[in-house]
Unconditional design. Structure first.
Length: 199
Protein backbone atom coordinates (compact mmCIF):
# COMPACT_ATOMS: atom_id res chain seq x y z
CA UNK A 1 0.00 0.00 0.00
CA UNK A 2 2.86 2.40 0.83
CA UNK A 3 4.28 1.88 -2.66
CA UNK A 4 0.96 2.88 -4.22
CA UNK A 5 0.51 5.98 -2.06
CA UNK A 6 4.09 7.27 -1.79
CA UNK A 7 5.64 6.34 -5.12
CA UNK A 8 4.83 7.42 -8.64
CA UNK A 9 3.65 4.19 -10.28
CA UNK A 10 3.85 4.55 -14.06
CA UNK A 11 2.87 0.99 -15.01
CA UNK A 12 0.69 -1.84 -13.63
CA UNK A 13 1.87 -2.68 -10.10
CA UNK A 14 3.13 -6.23 -9.71
CA UNK A 15 3.23 -7.94 -6.32
CA UNK A 16 6.63 -9.58 -5.81
CA UNK A 17 8.13 -10.93 -2.60
CA UNK A 18 11.24 -8.92 -3.53
CA UNK A 19 9.22 -5.73 -2.93
CA UNK A 20 8.63 -6.63 0.73
CA UNK A 21 10.53 -4.56 3.26
CA UNK A 22 12.61 -6.41 5.84
CA UNK A 23 12.43 -9.76 4.09
CA UNK A 24 14.68 -11.39 6.70
CA UNK A 25 12.02 -10.74 9.32
CA UNK A 26 9.12 -11.67 7.02
CA UNK A 27 10.42 -15.06 5.93
CA UNK A 28 8.17 -17.95 4.92
CA UNK A 29 9.80 -20.31 7.42
CA UNK A 30 8.94 -18.15 10.45
CA UNK A 31 5.37 -17.27 9.41
CA UNK A 32 3.85 -19.45 12.14
CA UNK A 33 6.10 -17.88 14.80
CA UNK A 34 5.07 -14.39 13.70
CA UNK A 35 1.37 -14.84 12.94
CA UNK A 36 -0.12 -17.73 14.90
CA UNK A 37 -0.63 -15.63 18.02
CA UNK A 38 -2.77 -13.19 16.02
CA UNK A 39 -4.69 -16.13 14.57
CA UNK A 40 -5.37 -17.42 18.07
CA UNK A 41 -6.52 -14.00 19.33
CA UNK A 42 -8.93 -13.74 16.38
CA UNK A 43 -10.31 -17.23 17.01
CA UNK A 44 -8.86 -18.69 13.81
CA UNK A 45 -6.41 -21.04 15.57
CA UNK A 46 -7.32 -23.52 18.31
CA UNK A 47 -5.51 -23.58 21.65
CA UNK A 48 -3.59 -26.80 20.89
CA UNK A 49 -1.96 -25.36 17.75
CA UNK A 50 -1.21 -22.12 19.56
CA UNK A 51 0.47 -24.00 22.44
CA UNK A 52 2.61 -25.91 19.92
CA UNK A 53 3.95 -22.72 18.36
CA UNK A 54 4.59 -21.24 21.83
CA UNK A 55 6.62 -24.35 22.68
CA UNK A 56 8.49 -24.09 19.38
CA UNK A 57 9.40 -20.45 20.11
CA UNK A 58 10.58 -21.41 23.59
CA UNK A 59 12.79 -24.24 22.27
CA UNK A 60 14.40 -22.04 19.59
CA UNK A 61 15.15 -19.23 22.05
CA UNK A 62 16.54 -21.53 24.75
CA UNK A 63 18.66 -23.51 22.26
CA UNK A 64 20.27 -20.39 20.80
CA UNK A 65 21.18 -19.32 24.35
CA UNK A 66 22.35 -22.79 25.40
CA UNK A 67 24.60 -23.27 22.34
CA UNK A 68 26.28 -19.92 23.06
CA UNK A 69 27.38 -21.25 26.48
CA UNK A 70 28.92 -24.57 25.35
CA UNK A 71 32.53 -24.25 24.15
CA UNK A 72 34.77 -26.60 22.17
CA UNK A 73 38.47 -26.37 21.38
CA UNK A 74 39.37 -26.77 17.71
CA UNK A 75 43.00 -26.47 16.57
CA UNK A 76 43.90 -24.91 19.91
CA UNK A 77 41.18 -22.25 19.69
CA UNK A 78 37.99 -22.08 21.72
CA UNK A 79 34.63 -21.65 20.01
CA UNK A 80 31.07 -21.72 21.27
CA UNK A 81 28.77 -24.15 19.47
CA UNK A 82 26.73 -21.14 18.43
CA UNK A 83 29.81 -19.64 16.75
CA UNK A 84 30.53 -22.95 15.02
CA UNK A 85 26.97 -23.18 13.71
CA UNK A 86 27.16 -19.61 12.39
CA UNK A 87 29.96 -20.63 10.00
CA UNK A 88 28.99 -21.11 6.36
CA UNK A 89 30.51 -24.59 6.12
CA UNK A 90 28.51 -25.92 9.08
CA UNK A 91 24.88 -26.96 9.37
CA UNK A 92 22.75 -28.11 12.30
CA UNK A 93 22.64 -31.61 10.80
CA UNK A 94 26.43 -31.77 10.45
CA UNK A 95 27.10 -30.58 14.01
CA UNK A 96 24.41 -32.93 15.32
CA UNK A 97 26.53 -35.81 13.98
CA UNK A 98 29.81 -34.33 15.24
CA UNK A 99 28.51 -33.41 18.71
CA UNK A 100 25.55 -35.74 19.41
CA UNK A 101 25.71 -35.07 23.18
CA UNK A 102 25.50 -31.31 22.75
CA UNK A 103 23.06 -30.90 19.85
CA UNK A 104 19.49 -32.12 20.33
CA UNK A 105 17.59 -33.57 17.39
CA UNK A 106 14.22 -31.84 17.27
CA UNK A 107 11.93 -31.93 14.25
CA UNK A 108 13.66 -30.76 11.06
CA UNK A 109 11.69 -27.49 11.00
CA UNK A 110 12.94 -26.62 14.51
CA UNK A 111 16.53 -27.66 13.73
CA UNK A 112 16.42 -25.49 10.60
CA UNK A 113 14.93 -22.54 12.50
CA UNK A 114 17.67 -22.67 15.16
CA UNK A 115 20.29 -22.71 12.39
CA UNK A 116 18.70 -19.77 10.55
CA UNK A 117 18.35 -17.69 13.72
CA UNK A 118 22.06 -18.18 14.47
CA UNK A 119 23.44 -17.81 10.94
CA UNK A 120 21.51 -14.60 10.21
CA UNK A 121 21.49 -13.15 13.74
CA UNK A 122 23.56 -10.07 12.83
CA UNK A 123 21.40 -9.21 9.81
CA UNK A 124 18.17 -9.89 11.72
CA UNK A 125 19.22 -7.61 14.60
CA UNK A 126 20.16 -4.88 12.13
CA UNK A 127 16.74 -5.09 10.48
CA UNK A 128 15.02 -4.98 13.88
CA UNK A 129 16.91 -1.75 14.63
CA UNK A 130 15.80 -0.34 11.26
CA UNK A 131 12.18 -1.25 12.07
CA UNK A 132 12.49 0.51 15.44
CA UNK A 133 13.89 3.64 13.74
CA UNK A 134 10.87 3.70 11.42
CA UNK A 135 8.52 3.29 14.39
CA UNK A 136 10.22 6.28 16.02
CA UNK A 137 9.77 8.31 12.81
CA UNK A 138 6.10 7.30 12.71
CA UNK A 139 5.56 9.11 16.02
CA UNK A 140 6.71 12.43 14.50
CA UNK A 141 3.59 13.85 12.86
CA UNK A 142 3.57 16.35 9.99
CA UNK A 143 0.76 18.97 10.26
CA UNK A 144 -1.63 19.10 7.28
CA UNK A 145 -0.85 22.76 6.56
CA UNK A 146 2.93 22.40 6.98
CA UNK A 147 4.79 24.53 4.42
CA UNK A 148 7.72 22.47 3.11
CA UNK A 149 8.90 25.41 0.97
CA UNK A 150 9.86 27.35 4.11
CA UNK A 151 12.23 24.63 5.33
CA UNK A 152 15.82 25.78 4.70
CA UNK A 153 18.09 23.05 3.36
CA UNK A 154 15.43 20.81 1.81
CA UNK A 155 16.27 19.93 -1.79
CA UNK A 156 13.87 21.14 -4.48
CA UNK A 157 13.00 17.57 -5.53
CA UNK A 158 12.17 16.65 -1.92
CA UNK A 159 9.95 19.74 -1.54
CA UNK A 160 8.08 18.85 -4.74
CA UNK A 161 7.48 15.25 -3.66
CA UNK A 162 6.51 16.14 -0.09
CA UNK A 163 4.01 18.73 -1.33
CA UNK A 164 2.57 16.21 -3.77
CA UNK A 165 2.13 13.31 -1.32
CA UNK A 166 1.60 15.33 1.93
CA UNK A 167 2.81 12.58 4.31
CA UNK A 168 1.13 12.31 7.72
CA UNK A 169 4.38 11.50 9.52
CA UNK A 170 8.13 11.18 8.93
CA UNK A 171 7.97 7.40 8.51
CA UNK A 172 5.76 7.83 5.42
CA UNK A 173 7.91 10.76 4.24
CA UNK A 174 11.05 8.58 4.43
CA UNK A 175 9.53 6.12 1.92
CA UNK A 176 8.82 8.71 -0.77
CA UNK A 177 11.03 8.46 -3.85
CA UNK A 178 13.24 11.52 -4.07
CA UNK A 179 13.30 12.17 -0.31
CA UNK A 180 16.71 11.36 1.18
CA UNK A 181 17.69 10.59 4.77
CA UNK A 182 19.34 14.05 4.90
CA UNK A 183 15.96 15.59 3.97
CA UNK A 184 14.28 13.63 6.78
CA UNK A 185 16.90 14.86 9.27
CA UNK A 186 16.27 18.48 8.24
CA UNK A 187 12.50 17.94 8.50
CA UNK A 188 12.89 16.39 11.95
CA UNK A 189 14.65 19.52 13.23
CA UNK A 190 12.10 21.81 11.53
CA UNK A 191 9.16 19.93 13.05
CA UNK A 192 10.48 20.68 16.54
CA UNK A 193 9.64 24.29 15.75
CA UNK A 194 6.71 23.53 13.46
CA UNK A 195 4.75 26.72 14.25
CA UNK A 196 7.21 28.66 12.06
CA UNK A 197 6.37 26.46 9.05
CA UNK A 198 2.57 26.37 9.21
CA UNK A 199 0.65 28.46 6.69
Amino acid sequence: IDDLTTKEILEPYRMFTSRAEYRLLLRQDNADLRLREYGYELGLIDKEKYQKVKEKKKIIKSEVTRLSKIHKTIDGRGFSLKKLLSRVENSYEKLLKNYPKDFFDYKKEINDQIELEIKYEGYINRQKKDVQKLKDLEKIKVPKNFNFEKVIGLRYEAIEKLMKFTPQNLEIASKINGVSFADISILMISLQNKKSFIN
